[in-house]
Design a protein around this ligand. Structure first.
Ligand SMILES: [Zn+2]
Length: 476
């Protein structure tokens, strides 16, 4: 495997070399469960699902950790507004997260740590930063001392002066530097809080991801991901915390960030009223269409969401479904020995497989990989339409094309069972028996029986088609 990835930290494409041979450790910043997941949330989790599937296909043993920020101002606010506990609000939206991600075919991470369950790790990390001189307590709060960490800004490529210029003015006058950020926040009335050496309080946001990734993956792990909006300050601060505390540099080997999603070319925001929830989109579109739509663009490029583009994605996916159905029907026909058309199909499938792998090895270029899946679909359709005088297909060619087609679609996670066109093995076997019986009836000139089999199947929604490659069937 010659995987190259674009590393935000170095600003270039690099060969991927795991910390431990054969193992890949991934940390992806998860959601703050204060609302149902929106379209912007779909992108990082779908692309990381594909990265993980590809790494697994490449033979790596993957450990995937993704957090839930279940203590946060917005959760506390929603809880107060709805007269609920913060646990109820977080619990409800964590459930909602899983419901939509399951529908999108996103495999579950191996570990989903929640900050509320890792307060002791956060306190220990904060204490170690104070002890090393990288943090200081102030009126029950603890702040990170950014000037002490000489690499501060290395991920986002900014210096402290630039940061201050772009920062919002909510500066605590007593902080040593305006960019010093909170590791621990002193308790406020009516908010959840925990005991600490600095009094009752709760964790700042950034510290949780350092504490939990170090706990589950150790310092120096392979991949850290999230949206590009997290580069600064969240990931910059994670680096400052973890590297100052452990002395391990780099704390993460490869930082991968996905691009923004715009809606009809506008930045998504609640105030613009274009803040789309995934669950609402899935009322209109099949989850596979949304997944395919996301993967048809390179993960680092901006992605514009609109109904027109989703309709294009739906049509494109239909073409792939046609090829998949076609393969399923070819597989039902009895195979025979090699022929010239079959040899061409095998050569095309193997060439496209190599192209697909090269695209995925080039910084997970799913946009290009998808185009090779289309090329294969086209080859399969051409083969199925080739006149063969009613001959059965070249069994090995069909098997090879189907193998490559399944490999590509399972890495992308598209064309997964939707319950409509998919058949189990039993249905296929039963259909093969019926087709054989009808064939036998025709051969003995019993057209009445042959027609009755066709018509009775039609009544229950199964269409038989006489094709150049034999009788094929599909659901109406
Ligand atoms: Zn995070």
């Amino acid at each position: 495997m010659k995987l190259k990835v674009y590393n935000t930290l170095t600003g270039g494409k690099e060969d991927f070399v795991p910390l431990e041979p054969g193992r890949v450790k991934i940390y992806v910043c998860g959601v703050t469960p204060y609302n149902h997941p929106h379209i912007g949330n779909a992108r990082p989790f779908v692309v990381w699902d594909v990265f993980r599937r590809y790494l697994e296909y490449s033979g790596y043993d993957v450990l995937h950790v993704q957090n839930f920020t279940d203590i946060d101002d917005k959760i506390i606010k929603n809880a107060q507004a709805g007269n609920l506990s913060w646990q109820e609000v977080a619990g409800k939206y964590i459930e909602s997260y899983f419901a939509v991600m399951d529908r999108l075919g996103v495999k579950r991470a191996h570990i989903y740590p929640r900050v509320s369950e890792h307060i002791s790790e956060v306190v220990a990390l904060t204490a170690s930063l104070i002890e090393k001189g990288y943090a200081y307590a102030l009126d029950g709060n603890v702040y990170y001392r950014v000037e002490k960490f000489s690499d501060y800004g290395k991920l986002s490529k900014r210096n402290l002066t630039d940061m201050q210029a772009g920062a919002r003015v909510d500066v605590d006058e007593n902080k040593e530097h305006p960019m010093d950020f909170a590791l621990w926040k002193a308790a406020r009335p009516g908010e959840p809080s925990w005991e600490s050496p600095w009094g009752k309080g709760r964790p700042g946001w950034h510290i949780e991801c350092s504490a939990m990734s170090l706990r589950y993956l150790g310092a120096g792990f392979d991949f850290h991901g999230g949206g590009s909006d997290l580069i600064f300050p969240h990931h910059e601060n994670e680096i400052a915390q973890a590297e100052a505390s452990t002395g391990c540099r780099p704390f993460v080997r490869y930082w991968l960030h996905n691009g923004f999603i715009t809606l009809n070319k506008e930045k998504m925001s609640k105030s613009l009223g274009n803040f789309f929830l995934i669950k609402d989109i899935l009322e209109k579109y099949d989850p596979q269409v949304l997944r395919f739509f996301i993967l048809a663009t390179h993960y680092r490029s901006p992605l514009d969401f609109s109904d027109d583009l989703m309709d294009d994605a739906r049509r494109a996916l239909e073409r792939l479904c046609t090829a998949k159905d076609c393969l399923a029907r070819l597989k039902l026909l009895p195979g025979r020995g090699p022929d010239a058309a079959g040899a061409e199909l095998i050569a095309a499938a193997l060439r496209l497989k190599a192209d697909f792998i090269a695209a995925m090895d080039d910084d997970f270029n799913t946009a290009l990989a998808v185009s090779y899946l289309f090329s294969l679909a086209k080859e399969i359709n051409i083969y199925a339409q080739k006149p063969g005088g009613g001959e059965p297909p070249d069994g090995k060619a069909v098997q090879t094309a189907a193998g490559v087609f399944d490999m590509m679609s399972s890495i992308l996670g598209v064309l997964e069972t939707d319950g409509k066109t998919e058949t189990d093995g039993k249905t296929a076997d039963i259909m093969a028996v019926l087709i054989k019986l009808r064939q036998a009836a025709k051969e003995s000139k019993d057209y009445k029986t042959a027609d009755s089999i066709r018509n009775d199947l039609l009544q229950i929604g199964v269409i038989l088609e006489d094709t150049p490659r034999g009788v094929q069937w599909k659901f109406k």
